[in-house]
Design a protein around this ligand. Structure first.
Ligand SMILES: *Cc1c(COP(=O)(O)O)cnc(C)c1O
Length: 304
């Protein structure tokens, strides 16, 4: 993997017997195939953060996340490959058997555990100053890679695509990926974001903030909206009907989905297709943002 070079993931038409009578054509952008370890949008979001860190002569990346965070694993791996040190500020307590933490440690990340209370202070200057005092200088990547540089990386997804499409569907955590997609949407296209967390409505403001921070030209019309009905209770849950959908989709199409983000997004999209939300002959582009390492976390917690 070279961060300097462009990796263009492919677009695949999904042949699914379940969609035969639906009148909808489904394409999928396979960002899950970009890299074995840094799956999908985590690679996109880290690309310009890493570049900026190197340009500013930093030797260490510091970031934040939960103990099963895809972003923590991706940052550890990225820093390691680039020859930088990394520090992960982790919410909660250490657990040597946690696969995400284990992977991150194996890739040289120093893990620093903080209470949930302290973790909530992660955007306060005082908290960051204390971290600098403890660890020395670092380049700070926000939780989930949620900054303007992260958005810039995600603004490269849609311009790679040659096929025509009407609707884009994408899962959301911090909204950074959605912000990048929204900035590159054509006027006659609609973007549907599926928050993986309950109460995801707050993301609309966050998307606005992130778009501004990217300093990319804002779109002339707002064509993005959130579909908040498919969070399935949040990050650390795995409902049987969701698992059944994910397994069925993989059996029919051969494509694995993750349990935290893309599984919910695809479940919701299929539900909307069944309910007749989309006009006949609509072409939907689903973004497969990756996240397959999330299965290890589910297994570790005994949820699957
Ligand atoms: C982190 C992640 C997301 C969320 O992306 P945001 O840019 O934070 O909204 C979506 N899908 C997968 C697979 C992820 O790992």
């Amino acid at each position: 993997m070279e961060f300097g070079q462009q990796i263009v993931s492919r677009v695949q038409e999904i042949q699914d017997t379940e969609l035969k009578e639906s009148g909808v054509r489904l394409l999928m952008k396979r960002d899950d195939l970009i890299h074995e370890h840094i799956s999908g949008n985590k690679w996109r979001k880290l690309k310009y953060n890493l570049r900026e860190a190197v340009e500013q002569n930093h030797h260490t990346l510091l970031t934040f996340g939960g103990a099963y965070s895809n972003h923590i694993a991706a940052t550890a791996f990225t820093a390691h490959k680039a020859g930088l040190s990394s520090i992960g500020v982790i919410r909660g307590e250490d657990d040597a058997s946690n696969p995400t933490l284990k992977f991150s440690r194996e890739h040289g990340m120093h893990l620093y555990f903080v209470s949930r209370e302290d973790y909530r202070r992660k955007n306060e200057d005082k908290f960051i100053d204390d971290l600098e005092e403890q660890f020395g200088q670092f380049f700070l990547v926000p939780e989930g890679g949620a900054n303007g540089l992260g958005v810039r990386g995600c603004a490269e997804i849609l311009p790679e695509i040659e096929e025509a499409f009407d609707v884009v569907c994408c899962a959301a955590g911090t909204g950074t990926t959605l912000a990048g997609l929204a900035l590159t949407l054509k006027e006659n296209q609609t973007l549907l974001g599926f928050p993986a967390l309950k109460g995801g409505e707050f993301l609309l403001d966050e998307i606005d903030r992130l778009m501004v921070e990217s300093r990319l030209r804002p779109p002339s019309t707002v064509n993005h909206l959130l579909i908040t009905d498919y969070h399935f209770g949040g990050y650390a849950k795995l409902k049987p009907e969701l698992l059944e959908f994910i397994n069925g989709f993989q059996e029919r199409t051969g494509i694995p989905l993750d349990p935290v983000y893309t599984g919910k997004m695809m479940f919701g999209m299929y539900d909307m297709i069944r309910n007749g939300t989309f006009e006949n002959e609509t072409t939907i582009l689903a973004i497969h943002t990756g996240g397959l390492q999330g299965w290890q976390g589910m297994k570790h917690r005994g949820l699957v």
